[in-house]
Design a protein around this ligand. Structure first.
Ligand SMILES: Nc1nc2c(ncn2[C@@H]2O[C@H](COP(=O)(O)OP(=O)(O)OP(=O)(O)O)[C@@H](O)[C@H]2O)c(=O)[nH]1
Length: 819
């Protein structure tokens, strides 16, 4: 026996039946029972008072239970239940010394301490020693009979048998060999078993189903101490490896794992005290539930404070951590392993359920870190993708190829990085983060594509603008028969060229057919829009263009040389020609004709309405209902293609005529002046008539100096009147009209002239109506606004023109009414 080791013991349940929880916990810690798993055995001893139970245990297991002092006489020594660790026995064996029975059938009721302690011993022990005197065997009134009855009765209250080993220790054996005693004892036991009332379920259950029965006999400690000690030493050997198969407790069932022993014992005693049925299987599950829960909570708390985890969790807040998955898997693995280790002997179902809960809690705890890590990887990958994609594009790689390559490359990188984050225990799916990354990459590619396509579109639009604006403006400026066909040709050619280049560029963007068609159509529309916009601009300044054209044609001859109005030119014809050309320009700019089938009669309509003198429309500034221009739309032209409406054309034409009238007037005046310079003498027929008819009078006048003076003065007056009244024109139309005009103008004019001479003291009248002509200060700023409304800043011109008779002589005014 190993006596060197100090024995641990505690008073587990006192005489009043109070369970010593703190004593039990201290005992558990001292013995380190919780670490034993299932490798421990519990032995109890019960028997009559002062039957040497404590003495036996102390010798058998090296315990230090109080023994009765033999010299003081027999009295009860052990109260309640004591517990101690057996020294030097493997596996760890705990022994309980129960209060002795008093040898009488006491406490028939279930609340008697004797029964309660017996039930407790049977519920928690693997081996129960039943101490009995040798001389009681076979005796009808033996003290062990009530004890056995009690044991068997309470056994029925355990829902399932634990297959406890009952070791009957026969004390003070006599010379009768054990071989002879044992059958008698077994017979006694069987009789008692048979006599015990059993529940229906166990009516026929044999004793062997509940117990293994062993019998040992010991010599008297008091009389044959040496033999006693030898036999005890021999018995002790049977407690080594007692729980191994074939051992004393090899058949035991329903063992509570050592870490749950304390709690289990407390609960069992509580249930016994409450006189409730003791359902050991249910109790075992309950103990497992409580203990597994406790273990799981301990492990969770231990994980939360784990240094490695805390470091990892902190680091992940700011940046990705290399080997995150492996590190966390290891920490979690250790935590769960520890749980498994401690909870391994508890009920399987309970242990697994609690392990699952623990795992869920642990994973819940680490999940934010996992998502943080994925977030870091996603952000990093996206940033790297953007950088690489920009680099590839600036390196001249095709858009579609660059997008495809970069996407593949960085999605692979993401997958690799994700594999480093995988937590074995979690089996989490990173596909959602992957999808998000893919969406972000696609969105970035789409944004860059949109920007690049926009740049490309802008580039081609600019090209089209440059290619079309100038030529279209020039073509419209020189508006003629072929203007619109030429514009159409130009538009077609430039559009085709741009579309061709644009299509080639679009190819590298991997744009779908529908989008491509849409973009090309948009570019074509843009080209058309440039032309239309230019045409609108030209329409807005059509009046200026018309006047320019008129001025050019009117003031320059066919050799582009400035005209000199000598009197030989046909101003009427020139004016007509210049106005026709201006009208042509108006008709060309009046509408957009970009389609091949655009054919209209605008020019014809304008010619008829504005130039044809037979229509009478030209002389009438107001619009009448039968006027072909009394409309805001052209018959053959859609409103969208109309640049100048018929009514605007009419208005423009009127304005044009007013503003060009002055040039014609000037030309006529210049021509007349030139003629006068060349014809200062009266017509030849007048000179001949004067000579033939007035020779005698002429001679008379020459001879008389007074007459000569009067003739001279008269000549001066006639010359003045000739110039003043412009009578030469009348005489050019014939002698008779000339004379009539002379006579009708002569007398009042002479009278008027004489009156002025008298008033102004011979000051000659120099009233040239042209010198004050309002048109001299005329502004030429007038036109059609972009929206087609006609406007003029020279409103005073209209007024002046309408009152033209104030400053124009009737003959001149009549001359400029050329259509
Ligand atoms: N005749 C006889 N007496 C013994 C034997 N062993 C111990 N005793 C004596 O019996 C008396 C009681 O011994 P304990 O060991 O205290 O007996 P117990 O059963 O533990 O007593 P309680 O705890 O009070 O029930 C002591 O005086 C012992 O010397 C034995 O084998 N034979």
């Amino acid at each position: 026996m190993d006596q060197g080791r100090q024995c641990c013991s505690t008073h587990l349940i006192d005489g009043d039946g109070t369970f010593n929880v703190s004593g039990m916990d201290t005992f558990m810690k001292e013995v380190k029972l919780a670490e034993r798993g299932l490798s421990y055995a519990v032995v109890s001893i019960m028997g009559p008072q002062s039957s040497g139970k404590s003495t036996l245990l102390n010798h058998l297991f090296g315990t230090n239970f109080r023994e009765m002092d033999a010299f003081k006489g027999r009295s009860q020594t052990t109260k309640g239940i004591w517990m101690a660790e057996c020294t030097g026995i493997e596996p760890c064996t705990i022994v309980m010394d129960l209060e002795g029975t008093d040898g009488r059938e006491r406490g028939e009721d279930d609340t008697a301490f004797e029964k309660q302690s017996a039930l407790f011993a049977l519920a928690v022990s693997d081996i129960v020693l039943i101490n009995m005197w040798c001389h009681d065997i076979g005796r009808e009134q033996a003290a062990n009979k009530p004890l056995l009855k009690t044991v068997f009765q309470v056994m029925m209250r355990l829902f399932s048998p634990r297959k406890t080993t009952l070791v009957f220790v026969i004390r003070d054996k006599t010379r009768t060999p054990l071989e002879n005693l044992e059958p008698v004892l077994r017979e006694d036991i069987q009789k008692i078993w048979d006599s015990v009332p059993k529940p229906q379920a166990h009516k026929e259950t044999p004793l062997s189903e509940f117990f293994n029965v062993e019998v040992v006999a010991l010599s008297s400690y008091e009389e044959k101490e040496e033999q006693f000690k030898e036999q005890v030493a021999s018995l002790r050997q049977r407690f080594f490896h007692s729980i191994a198969p074939g051992g004393l407790a090899g058949d035991r069932r329903g063992v509570v794992p050592a870490s749950g022993f304390s709690f289990s014992a407390q609960r069992i005693w509580k249930i016994i005290k409450e006189n409730k049925d003791l359902d050991l299987p249910a109790h075992k599950v309950m103990v497992a539930t409580v203990r597994c829960e406790e273990i799981a909570n301990e492990k969770l708390a231990s994980f939360v404070s784990n240094e490695d985890w805390c470091e990892l969790d902190k680091a992940i807040q700011t940046q990705p951590v290399s080997g995150f998955g492996k590190k966390l898997t290891s920490i979690l693995g250790n935590c769960l392993s520890e749980y498994d280790m401690e909870a391994t002997y508890f009920d399987d179902g309970v242990r697994s359920a609690k392990r699952k809960q623990l795992k869920e809690k642990l994973l819940q705890l680490v999940q934010p870190a996992y998502h943080s890590m994925l977030g870091h990887i996603r952000t990093e990958t996206l940033d790297k993708f953007k950088e690489a994609f920009d680099k590839a594009l600036s390196g001249g790689e095709g858009f579609s190829v660059a997008a495809h390559n970069c996407t593949d490359c960085f999605m692979t990188q993401f997958d690799e990085a994700c594999s480093d984050v995988i937590i074995q225990q979690a089996n989490w799916d990173s596909s959602k983060v992957r999808e998000k990354l893919q969406r972000d990459i696609y969105a970035h590619v789409a944004a860059v594509r949109a920007a690049k396509l926009s740049e490309l579109t802008t580039l081609y639009e600019k090209k089209l603008n440059e290619a079309l604006s100038g030529p279209v403006e020039a073509l419209l400026d020189g508006a003629g028969e072929d203007t619109w066909p030429a514009i159409r040709k130009l538009l077609r050619r430039e559009t085709e060229s741009a579309v061709s280049g644009f299509s080639v560029k679009l190819f590298s963007f991997d744009v779908d057919e529908q989008t491509k068609c849409k973009m090309i159509a948009s570019l074509e529309d843009y080209a058309r829009g440039v032309v239309e916009s230019k045409a609108k601009e030209e329409a807005a300044r059509v009046l200026i263009r018309m006047k320019d054209r008129f001025a050019t044609l009117f003031s320059q001859d066919s050799d582009s040389m400035p005209r000199v109005w000598t009197g030989k030119e046909d101003i009427r014809a020139i004016t007509k020609m210049a106005r026709s050309a201006s009208l042509k320009l108006l008709s060309v700019i009046a509408a957009i004709r970009l389609d091949d089938d655009d054919d209209d009669n605008i020019e014809k309509t304008l010619a008829v309405a504005l130039v044809d003198t037979r229509s009478g429309a030209t002389t009438n500034k107001s619009i009448t209902s039968d006027d072909p221009l009394a409309s805001s739309t052209w018959a053959e032209v859609s409103p969208s293609k109309t640049l100048i409406t018929p009514v605007q054309c009419k208005s423009l034409w009127r304005q044009f005529k007013i503003e060009t009238e002055y040039a014609v007037t000037q030309a006529i005046a210049a021509q007349e002046a030139s003629k006068r310079n060349n014809n200062w003498l009266p017509p030849p027929w007048a000179i001949v008539a004067l000579v033939v008819l007035g020779f005698n009078e002429f001679m008379t006048l020459l001879r008389n100096p007074l007459y000569l003076g009067v003739i001279f003065v008269g000549f001066l007056l006639v010359k003045a009147l000739w110039v003043q009244l412009d009578i030469s024109g009348e005489f050019r139309n014939g002698a008779l009209p000339g004379l009539l005009a002379l006579s009708t103008k002569f007398l009042p004019t002479v009278m008027n002239l004489l009156r002025k001479l008298a008033e102004e003291g011979q000051k000659p009248a120099t009233t040239d109506p042209q010198s004050n002509h309002p048109l001299a200060a005329r502004s030429h700023q007038s036109g059609v606004t972009n929206n087609g409304d006609f406007s003029s800043t020279g409103s005073s011109d209209v007024t002046t023109s309408e009152n033209g008779s104030e400053y124009s002589s009737p003959s001149i005014h009549e001359k400029i009414k050329i259509k």
